[in-house]
Design a protein around this ligand. Sequence first.
Ligand code: HEM
Ligand code: HEM
Length: 143
Amino acid sequence: MYSIIKTSHSHLAWVALLILIIVVVLSSMAFFSKKKWSASQFKIALIGLIAAHIQLLIGLILYFTSPFGMSNLSGETMKDSFARLLAVEHPLINIIAIILITMGYSKGKKALETEGAAKSVFIFYTIGLVLILSRIPWHVWMK
Ligand code: HEM
Ligand code: HEM
């Protein structure tokens, strides 16, 4: 069970990051050229939202099944920067990042056909993506 969840989270991370980067690039182009996103152009933000939510769901399951997740919470873990990254920083910061992405999506959806749609997606998804990238355990990923 643990290894299936961990492998899924590890591989889907590539897909989620790639999609979020594409959404940030497209929304920045629309934002800087003052484009008004229609419902069909906004679909790309939905794909990014779904990718982030799937990663959140699998991440939460992983948090409760992994020996490096909740079960590893202790004073010793807090003193060890790598253990703390996996058990505290990565989960916490990524939940915040995905909440921001969800807020950007909701605000954008309410602003369809105005310049606000791409603006919300660009600002919120960029902050979310930067937070996610800041807390990836890069040196163990895919090992
Ligand atoms: C722990 C798991 C999850 C949580 C806590 C969660 C939470 C949320 C929340 C709070 C919203 C509301 C956004 C709004 O204000 O409109 C939302 C919307 C959505 N979520 Fe999730 N989600 C989870 C997993 C998933 C998964 C696994 C998928 C897809 C496979 C998914 C797909 C969506 C979609 C499509 C929307 C709505 C888009 C819309 O409003 O048009 N979520 N989710
Ligand atoms: C978009 C959001 C996220 C991305 C891109 C992501 C990506 C990753 C990556 C690349 C790893 C390393 C996998 C490996 O060692 O091969 C990892 C590990 C982990 N992630 Fe996430 N993650 C995300 C969100 C979350 C969330 C929301 C949680 C929990 C609430 C979570 C919990 C964990 C845990 C506990 C591990 C360590 C698993 C272990 O080594 O046993 N992740 N994540």
